[in-house]
Design a binder for this molecule. Sequence first.
Ligand code: PEP
Length: 250
Amino acid sequence: MMERQTIIAGNWKMYKTIEEAAVFIETLAPLVANATSTILIAPPYTALSVCAEVASNTNILIGAQNMSDSEEGAFTGEISARMLKDAGANFVILGHSERRTHFGETDEVIHKKLKRAIVEELPAILCVGETENQREKGDSEKVLKKQLEGCLGGLTLDELQNIIIAYEPVWAIGTGKSATPEIAQAMHKEIRAFIAKNWDEQLADGISILYGGSVKPSNIESLLIQSDIDGALIGGASLDVEAFAKMVLR
Ligand code: PEP
């Protein structure tokens, strides 16, 4: 089996000014300088370039939380992949459940964004996950497959190389109610099996699958020891520099 490197990613959502963001990265860098995990932080757009500047010459990679599916054009309020890269982004989060719920992003839109990220050679973290209602109805696996098909369907093996998947059950995001390690492991295994079935075993074995949903210092270890969980995408607990460093260094 392939060794997959652990990835610890922070999604700051709509939090932190430019100064707050810069101070966070400055404080974090020496704390995690010897970490063996890959460290990713996605600040809001406005703080991207300052974070990238402060993070240069450190082991912290800066990325974005969203982007347009278009190359450029008359799309007021949108940001392109090229602009993100220009600001220092090394990756982009796509299809976060808050984008799906509050901004109407469908699997079709997310697929277009993924295609754009691939064309622009910007590695993407694709988020998938079921709602509480879907889980209660026993539809979790069905929903997961539908999202994976809709977002990834038609991509070639090569195109999938730079994609990370994040399993983020909507009922666990920002609720303090994390999935149990057993539930998360089972869903990650489903995702890997889906990749193996539709592309190939080698890709499935190598692809990184992160868990997201109320990850914090007290529960991260129990999740990361699961064989198919390769890291964490962390919202709330990534806003606190000590908590985030603790999770990186655990
Ligand atoms: C997220 O925003 O991707 C997330 C998982 O948030 P939280 O850790 O706050 O649940």
